[in-house]
Write a protein that binds this ligand. Structure first.
Ligand code: AMP
Ligand code: ZN
Length: 122
């Protein structure tokens, strides 16, 4: 997709601080972090918003969600312990459309974690 910043990142035309890559997905650190750990998981193929997804995207969306805790753990914000004794953890968020606060129109899953308080207050 022309003029899509995340397509350019996926194509390596714009640099990013890469966290993870496979043939379908890319994860990189957010340039303006709202938390001590803040990275984005994107499909390499251009999909503008979550609202553009249908049943054919269920596998892709599942793989994006399943990757979040794995990478959060690797970056030090996984959940440690069980129930009330648990520490750590992260927020996963997809903004969709103008009222959803979406600024970049290439589907992305925010993953934010690290000890609070967070400067970004999300
Ligand atoms: P959203 O409001 O959900 O569309 O979020 C877009 C996110 O992309 C914001 O958190 C931005 O800080 C982030 N962002 C924009 N440009 C870049 C970039 N070149 N590299 C990394 N993150 C970016
Ligand atoms: Zn794109």
């Amino acid at each position: 997709m022309e003029n899509c910043i995340f397509c350019k990142i996926a194509a390596g035309q714009i640099p990013s601080k890469k966290v993870y890559e496979d043939n379908e997905l890319l994860a990189f650190h957010d340039i303006n972090p709202a938390a001590p750990v803040h990275f984005l998981i994107i499909p390499k193929a251009h999909i503008a918003t979550l609202a553009d997804c249908n049943a054919s995207h269920e596998g892709l969306l599942g793989r994006m969600m399943a990757l979040a805790p794995k990478l959060a753990e690797e970056l030090g914000c996984g959940v440690k312990g069980l129930g009330a004794e648990a520490t750590g953890g992260f927020k996963s968020l997809i903004n969709t459309g103008p009222d959803g606060g979406q600024e970049v129109y290439h589907l992305h899953l925010h993953v934010m974690g690290g000890s609070r308080p967070w400067a970004g207050q999300r």
